[in-house]
Design a protein around this ligand. Structure first.
Ligand code: BES
Ligand code: MN
Ligand code: ZN
Length: 522
């Protein structure tokens, strides 16, 4: 019998040396040794309902601790519910100073692959922060294949460590971050697979953190010009071609819809185009993101409540820009273009008006009956720009309608489109990423609502089915090219924390896009 080689590796070794340091995020390692031997400040075991009775790490730890763990489970009524956690001192019974349990409900293997693990690993990191334990170990039982599970846990841990605290000056800014987290996968993958899993998680989570940062920044800071500068900088560093069009350049092209939205704002609009063109490529994918840096509603002005979170209205742009940069960092053999028409939507003496008839980049005329339906206007011109690149597939991501949040709630994105196989492929990538998405229809009859007496289209239909009429409006601008539209109005930001996803910007969509591109390249 050959003993398995003992190894432990960290992301310092797994990551390309060009990657910028991201101090807000966590140093990760994978270790194939026994987690119970880990010399850390806190050892966290993800625990499913079945593990409470089973003979896993929990049972072994309890033996070493003389029954302390099971007593704590009873005393604290720990039922392994998702999100539930428990923490106890080991009093020298284990090398770890403390032991923690994090519930994963039906178990790490249940539900979408990796979803429970992402949440649990994020929760483990938050536990470590809350008790001031700088070094944390995390282990689990079951789950997806060891490599996929390691990747999911690594993603969850690093995303759980994300914080946007640059504007805090009070004691909350003093919270110490974790120094390091070591993963102990059950049935560990070999060292090379573990290194790949860490590297993939590193790239993906850096992209999510970038997207979250873009969205979390106040609109007064994250202006269209600032997005172009930041994304352009990441893009050039990763080897993408960066094209930024200002107002005059967009006017010359004829982007009448995008520029109408921009005309009420004192901030200059920017059309951002990042292009990743590898030497060999399997297909050409165009990603379009809604980049409204602040949506006041324009002259159809929103209420205070409705406007409160509208710095988030560029989350689609943030997602596609960050994902395209990640695709380049991984040198995927697939051509990727990220497009974001960035502008504010503001009321002023120069705003576009109700009743205006505008001409789109592709020549269609649109009568405006609500200036708060601005996203579809900016997207329409970006989609036309995208079609001119002759893509094999177009995917757009947009905080497009409150109606989609009414339909699906705050955690689930609505997925519409004109091509079954593209929609299926994208939804499979979303499933792999643990992001909740649900297919919505585009009923042709609803498109009647978008007919205008004096123009080719109106920009809004009636109230009911608002997510679908928005999708139907976009459909007018994609021709026969396979297209998927993802309405992320709900999940783009979170009002409750859950494991790897904190309050505020979630970076929703980034990992699904990246996984879609990875799968398309494979
Ligand atoms: N950016 C909003 C959609 C939105 C609402 C995103 C809530 C996130 C949370 C979009 O521009 C908008 O205002 N949509 C209108 C459409 C309506 C005027 C047809 C809406 O949803 O009310
Ligand atoms: Mn709006
Ligand atoms: Zn909007």
């Amino acid at each position: 019998m050959t003993l398995p080689l003992r190894w432990a590796l960290g992301n310092g070794a797994a990551v390309s040396p060009s990657a910028e340091p991201d101090p807000a995020m966590l140093e990760l390692a994978v270790d194939n040794g026994d987690p119970l031997d880990s010399q850390v400040d806190l050892l966290v075991i993800a625990c499913g309902e079945a593990d409470l009775a089973g003979a896993g790490h929990l049972e072994r730890a309890d033996l070493r601790l003389g029954g302390l763990l099971k007593r704590a489970i009873t005393d604290e009524r720990f039922r392994a519910r998702p999100g539930q956690s428990l923490i106890a001192h080991t009093h020298g019974g284990l090398p770890a100073v403390r032991i923690g349990l994090v519930g994963v409900g039906a178990g790490a293997a249940a539900g979408a692959p990796g979803r429970a693990l992402r949440i649990a690993a994020g929760t483990a990191v938050r536990l470590g922060v809350s008790v001031g334990a700088p070094r944390v170990a995390f282990t689990w039982t079951g789950g997806a294949g060891a490599t996929a599970a390691t990747e999911a846990a690594a993603e969850g841990a690093r995303l759980g460590a994300y914080r946007f605290d640059k504007y805090l000056t009070d004691e909350r800014s003093q919270t110490t971050s974790l120094a390091a987290l070591t993963l102990y996968p059950p049935g560990p993958p070999d060292a090379a697979e573990a290194a790949t899993a860490l590297a993939r998680a590193e790239t993906a989570t850096r992209a999510v953190a970038r997207a979250r940062d873009l969205v979390n920044e106040p609109a007064g800071v994250m202006t269209p010009a600032r997005i172009a500068d930041l994304a352009g900088g990441w893009g050039r560093q990763a080897g993408l071609v960066v094209e930024v069009l200002d107002r005059a350049a967009c006017a010359k092209l004829g982007m009448g819809l995008f520029l109408a939205v921009a005309q009420g704002s004192a901030e200059e609009p920017r059309f951002v185009h990042l292009a990743w063109s590898p030497p060999t490529s399997r297909k050409r994918v165009v990603l379009v993101g809604k980049g409204v840096t602040f949506d006041s509603g324009g002259l159809s002005i929103k209420t205070n409540e409705g406007m409160l979170d509208m710095k988030t209205d560029m989350a689609g742009a943030a997602a596609v820009l960050a994902a395209a940069v990640a695709a380049a960092e991984e040198k995927l053999p697939i051509e990727v273009h990220a497009l974001a028409a960035c502008t504010e939507n503001m009321p002023s003496g120069s705003s576009y008006k109700l009743g205006d008839v505008l001409r789109s980049l592709d020549g269609k005329t649109v009568e405006i009956n609500n200036t708060d339906a601005e996203g579809r206007l900016t997207l329409a011109d970006a989609l036309t720009f995208g079609l001119r690149l002759q893509p094999d597939a177009v995917l757009d991501f947009a905080t497009l309608t409150g109606a989609c949040v009414v339909a699906l709630g705050p955690y689930t994105a609505g997925v519409m489109g004109n091509d079954e196989s593209l929609a299926t492929a994208f939804l499979a990538a979303a499933e792999q990423s643990g992001e909740e998405m649900w297919r919505l229809p585009l009923p042709p009859r609803l498109a009647e609502q978008l007919k205008s007496e004096i123009a080719d289209l109106k920009n809004t239909g009636e109230r009911w089915g608002g997510a679908l009429t928005a999708g139907l409006f976009l459909k007018e601008f994609v021709g026969n090219v396979p297209w998927v539209h993802v309405d992320i109005a709900g999940p783009a930001s979170a009002s409750k924390e859950q494991g790897h996803v904190g309050k505020g910007a979630t970076g929703f969509g980034v990992i699904s896009i990246l996984n879609y591109l990875r799968r398309s390249a494979a």
